[in-house]
Design a protein around this ligand. Structure first.
Ligand code: HEC
Ligand code: HEC
Ligand code: HEC
Ligand code: HEC
Ligand code: HEC
Ligand code: HEC
Ligand code: HEC
Ligand code: HEC
Ligand code: HEC
Ligand code: HEC
Length: 328
């Protein structure tokens, strides 16, 4: 793609138009057509020297922000035609938009360049489109309409470009990025029982696709259970004696993030179990209860014996020929 076509594509991308047919039709039109598509405020001209112009001020020596860390990442790959610094690429301006006007004045007050910051003159959809112009599809195919898009979250609320390693893409530092907005989850993962996110051996993206998915809560798999099975395959079954709620939804008993109870439970037994099972008329306890400490009436034993799972140990289902009551 030649420079002019790419310039037009960028302008259209900033204006929120992505249909490739439009891009191709416009690419052959006079430059003025592209100019009218430009966002008001931002300069419409690209610099002639590209990055060289920008680096005149934004290099390691200058007193302005040094942009050079970008050269350590994949965006700077010269051999990759799709990348900003690939042959014919718009370099810095592939992301920041046409910058001739900014470069001439060198001032951010003029609001002439896409800074990707919250105070940018560009609304979040257009800032995102500057990235999606190259990154639509695949992992981001569900971006549009998913919670982060609806919540007006910017790609650059999570991603940093001018760093050697993008913290959101490193397991140990990813949660910290998420917590800037999701404070409740930070508290959950501090609880005594929690998935090992605090230690850095798991991250939010093991269960969630931050770019959106068609599942509830943007889970990486179609359902809660399938998400859990990707690591807890032993709970998938099939088992001889199934416990109905386990096959239905793990979150009937577990919270995924953190709990003050053991084993990430939403409630402790017997309360957990009694949400569905009535304590009245528990057959075995009524019969054998007298021999147990505190014995007497069936109901009291039932509670003294405490956790139902002391007897019903196979709460996820049993494969034992006589495990129908989930006891072995
Ligand atoms: C003549 C010097 C000069 C040139 C050339 C220049 N800039 Fe700047 N740029 C500045 C100054 C000064 C600032 C304000 C820095 C500050 O206040 O921290 C700035 C700020 C920025 C910002 C942040 C804007 C904001 O709102 O925070 C971006 C992004 C930027 N420049 C990108 C570029 C790009 C891309 C190019 C090349 C197309 C470029 N600059 C060329 C001097 C220059
Ligand atoms: C001109 C096209 C282009 C633009 C604009 C662009 N990218 Fe990229 N990006 C690429 C290419 C090409 C790669 C390398 C892909 C690969 O190797 O698979 C890449 C890689 C990435 C990666 C992975 C980096 C890595 O080291 O693996 C992230 C994250 C990313 N881009 C985010 C963004 C964000 C956020 C924006 C907007 C601020 C953006 N990109 C704008 C073309 C672009
Ligand atoms: C809520 C935080 C968040 C937002 C917002 C976000 N990302 Fe990401 N992105 C991540 C995380 C976490 C990863 C690494 C794990 C993964 O691939 O799912 C990632 C990985 C990537 C990658 C590299 C892996 C790949 O799939 O090629 C690219 C490219 C990327 N994001 C582009 C974007 C673009 C473009 C946007 C805006 C439309 C965006 N991201 C918005 C969190 C985010
Ligand atoms: C892949 C997209 C991309 C490319 C290419 C790119 N930038 Fe940026 N730039 C960003 C994003 C996103 C930010 C916001 C801060 C961040 O992510 O690190 C930014 C921030 C900046 C800032 C402001 C930093 C601040 O905090 O005040 C300057 C200046 C800047 N870039 C200059 C450049 C220059 C010069 C080049 C070319 C050498 C360039 N950028 C190439 C995406 C890009
Ligand atoms: C800039 C703020 C921000 C950041 C950073 C952020 N989120 Fe969000 N997140 C939101 C907003 C806003 C919503 C929508 C809230 C709502 O609908 O109540 C949301 C919703 C969600 C949801 C619920 C989705 C649904 O369909 O109900 C999940 C899951 C989520 N975010 C995960 C993450 C993960 C994982 C990260 C880090 C990789 C992250 N978020 C980073 C702002 C953010
Ligand atoms: C072990 C898998 C797992 C991990 C790890 C995980 N989540 Fe979740 N998350 C879930 C499940 C499951 C739900 C609830 C989905 C449902 O029931 O609809 C959820 C729900 C959410 C929601 C929606 C609101 C809520 O609490 O129900 C947000 C926001 C969220 N997670 C953010 C995060 C963040 C941020 C991280 C990382 C710090 C993270 N999650 C790590 C599995 C996980
Ligand atoms: C990416 C892998 C992964 C996924 C996905 C996953 N887990 Fe885990 N889970 C773990 C690891 C690792 C541990 C900690 C094991 C340990 O400490 O020995 C764990 C521990 C647990 C525990 C025991 C916690 C305790 O304090 O004893 C429960 C319960 C649990 N997971 C339920 C779930 C549920 C429910 C889901 C689905 C929402 C799920 N897990 C998804 C990896 C995963
Ligand atoms: C009917 C309630 C219930 C449901 C539904 C349930 N669990 Fe559990 N789970 C428990 C109880 C109770 C414990 C604690 C067992 C104990 O104390 O030994 C537990 C413990 C665990 C543990 C840690 C100990 C172990 O056995 O490895 C994991 C992991 C686990 N559950 C995963 C899951 C997954 C995955 C699902 C969904 C497929 C699920 N659970 C559904 C009640 C449930
Ligand atoms: C969300 C509701 C729910 C929760 C919570 C729940 N169960 Fe169940 N349980 C069921 C259903 C439904 C059945 C199947 C009943 C049937 O087939 O008649 C069942 C079956 C059983 C059976 C086998 C009964 C039989 O007649 O074979 C036992 C034993 C059992 N549950 C024990 C427990 C224990 C112990 C707990 C707590 C750790 C628990 N349940 C939590 C819904 C639940
Ligand atoms: C002292 C051991 C013990 C404790 C504690 C216990 N159970 Fe049982 N439970 C049994 C035995 C033994 C049976 C099997 C009776 C039979 O085969 O007829 C049984 C049967 C059941 C059944 C099947 C009922 C039916 O009609 O066939 C359910 C449901 C059940 N228990 C739930 C619970 C719940 C919920 C708790 C905790 C509130 C609990 N149990 C605590 C020993 C126990």
């Amino acid at each position: 793609m030649n420079m002019k076509k790419q310039a037009v594509r960028m302008l259209l991308a900033l204006a929120g138009l992505t249909a490739s047919a439009v891009v191709l039709a416009q690419a052959n039109a006079p430059a003025s057509a592209a100019t009218t598509a430009a966002v008001s405020g931002q300069g419409t001209e690209y610099t002639e020297q590209g990055a060289d112009t920008c680096l005149g001020c934004h290099d390691d020596e200058g007193d302005t922000y040094s942009a050079s860390a970008i050269f350590k990442g994949k965006h700077a790959h010269r051999g990759d035609k799709r990348a900003p610094f690939g042959a014919g690429g718009l370099q810095c301006e592939a992301c920041h938009g046409p910058g001739a006007r900014h470069a001439a004045k060198g001032s951010k007050k003029a609001l002439t360049i896409n800074s990707f910051k919250a105070d940018s003159f560009l609304p979040v959809e257009q800032r995102n489109q500057a990235c999606l112009g190259c990154h639509e599809g695949q992992a981001r195919s569900a971006w549009h309409g998913a919670a982060h898009d609806r919540g007006k979250v910017a790609c650059t609320d999570c991603h940093k470009m001018h760093v050697e390693r993008d913290p959101v893409r490193v397991k140990a530092t990813e949660p910290g990025v998420c917590y800037t907005c999701h404070a409740k989850q930070r508290a959950d993962f501090q609880k005594t029982s929690s998935h090992p996110v605090r230690t850095g051996s798991m991250a939010c993206s093991d269960c969630h696709n931050a770019h959106g998915s068609s599942s509830p809560a943007m889970l990486v798999k179609a359902t809660v259970n399938q998400t859990c099975f990707s690591c807890h395959a032993d709970k998938r079954g099939p088992v001889l004696w199934e416990h109905a709620p386990v096959a239905e939804d793990c979150s009937l008993c577990h919270t995924a993030h953190g709990s003050v109870r053991t084993a990430l439970l939403t409630k402790s037994p017997p309360l957990l179990c009694q949400q569905c099972h009535s304590p009245a008329g528990h057959p075995s306890v009524a019969r054998s209860g007298a021999s147990l400490p505190g014995g007497g009436g069936g109901g009291s034993i039932f509670l003294v014996a405490g956790s139902c799972s002391n007897c019903h140990t196979q709460v996820h289902g049993s494969n034992h020929p006589s495990g129908s009551k989930l006891m072995r």
